[in-house]
Design a binder for this molecule. Structure first.
Ligand SMILES: Nc1ncnc2c1ncn2[C@@H]1O[C@H](COP(=O)(O)OP(=O)(O)OP(=O)(O)O)[C@@H](O)[C@H]1O
Ligand SMILES: [Mg+2]
Length: 112
């Protein structure tokens, strides 16, 4: 589940590096912290970001912008179901501009 977020992040930074081989340091970072009765996991990348036009669709099954054969578009929709239905948590995208993307998972501790 977190692996899909990381795979997405690595894909995004890889793409950006391909387009822009100099002056760009691909970075993917994951962090965790406890906030009250929740754990929060953040996955941040400095890839190309998600366009505003796609942001409402990324959690829908089969939405993908990847070339045919490279993405099913199921990663985020499955992750969303696991976090929300499986753990009663939330999956949000926070930053999604051209400087990159941050996904935030929040899970109530008592459901772990
Ligand atoms: N970190 C990210 N940076 C930029 N775009 C992203 C990122 N994560 C997701 N996206 C966008 O959201 C779309 C849906 O992501 P999702 O993980 O559901 O499917 P996918 O990665 O395309 O395919 P799959 O995960 O099934 O192999 C991606 O195709 C991409 O356009
Ligand atoms: Mg994916």
């Amino acid at each position: 589940m977190i692996l899909n977020l990381l795979t997405n992040a690595f894909f995004a930074v890889n793409e950006k590096k391909r387009q822009n081989p100099e002056n760009y340091n691909p970075t993917v970072a994951i962090s965790t912290r406890k906030t009250g009765n929740q754990v929060e996991i953040r996955v941040n990348d400095n890839g190309n970001g998600i366009p505003q036009s796609a942001i409402d669709k990324i959690f829908q099954p089969f939405f993908t912008t990847k070339p045919t054969g490279q993405g099913t578009g199921l990663g985020l929709s499955l992750s969303y179901d696991i976090v929300t239905k499986g753990h009663g948590g939330q999956l949000k995208v926070e930053k999604h501009d051209t400087n990159g993307t941050t996904f935030i998972i929040e899970i109530p501790i008592q459901s772990l």
